[in-house]
Design a protein around this ligand. Structure first.
Ligand SMILES: Nc1nc2c(ncn2[C@@H]2O[C@H](COP(=O)(O)OP(=O)(O)OP(=O)(O)O)[C@@H](O)[C@H]2O)c(=O)[nH]1
Ligand SMILES: [Mg+2]
Length: 256
């Protein structure tokens, strides 16, 4: 019997929010996503009592479907749990947005529209920072951008770290990223380029909230930067292997 090719599944987009201890910002993010008519999946990455309760309340109030991880595993681990959850629920695409309130939720419709018209592409936020962005975080980004350009053989990915993007979920799961922490975001971007997905880079404002506004960052400057460097080392080896085996392709980013 000959295999019948599977029909492409109809486009179904959800929002995916990984959260670790964001009790003061997670509800507003979920509400704004619901206001844009998105089904919201929240992955609580082993938050302490206040963050866990804020997530449980979203489920009780019908604002989100929720998974609680027993232990904190890192942003990448939480997103991977969320991607599998999205597949189980039959979504084809996931708009991943961080729970810390830094991202411009008014841009959600723009990201959704691009995903709908370019379902094969990965849509990546390209942050436009203001004066609230810490200099050290902006500086660190330049390194990971430089490495990502090497690994993708061009300037395909404008910012590999932004926590506002849309994944085609099947491809994202199959990309099999190893990183469980902050190394996940750049790694999966590179792996999706290697899998042949077109990339759209979408400028979007990023504003760091003050503590009194509920802003928190769990980015651990030394540990996360070390993990990111180690991940780039592995990816550069992968890129060299692609070159040696003649499988490297020079790619262009699509214009939004
Ligand atoms: N840092 C961190 N974030 C996690 C973890 N698990 C899930 N997250 C979520 O991942 C998202 C990004 O985390 P942030 O700490 O804001 O990391 P970032 O945006 O790269 O760092 P900043 O630029 O300093 O905000 C947030 O929604 C977190 O709640 C974890 O173990 N550590
Ligand atoms: Mg953040």
């Amino acid at each position: 019997m000959s295999a019948v090719p599977e029909a492409p599944r109809p486009f179904r987009l959800c929002a995916l929010v990984p959260t670790y201890d964001n009790p003061d910002t997670i509800r507003r993010v979920a509400e704004r996503l619901r206001a844009h008519d998105l089904d919201v999946l929240v992955i609580d990455d082993g938050s302490a009592a206040a963050g866990r309760e804020a997530v449980a309340a979203l489920a009780r109030d019908g604002l989100a479907r929720v998974r609680h991880r027993d232990r904190n595993g890192g942003k990448g681990a939480a997103v991977k749990t969320g991607l599998r959850f999205a597949v189980e629920l039959g979504y084809t695409h996931a708009l991943q947005i961080d729970a810390d309130g830094q991202h411009a939720l008014e841009d959600v419709p723009r990201f959704c529209a691009l995903a709908a018209t370019h379902p094969d592409a990965v849509i990546l936020g390209a942050p436009v920072f203001d004066e609230t962005a810490p200099a050290a975080r902006r500086f660190g980004r330049r390194f990971t951008q430089m490495w990502t350009n090497l690994e993708t053989f061009g300037r395909v990915v404008h910012d590999p770290m932004c926590g506002f993007r849309v994944y085609p979920v099947q491809a994202a799961v199959l990309a099999d990223a190893w990183g469980d922490a902050m190394d996940f975001d750049p790694e999966i971007a590179v792996r999706l380029v290697w899998r042949g997905l077109p990339v759209m880079n979408v400028p979007t404002r990023v504003r760091y909230l003050t503590r009194s506004e509920g802003g928190v960052s769990h980015f651990r400057m030394f540990r996360d930067n070390a993990l990111i460097s180690w991940m780039h080392t592995r990816l550069v080896v992968g890129a060299i292997l692609l070159l040696l085996t003649g499988r490297a392709r020079r790619r262009e980013a699509l214009l939004p």
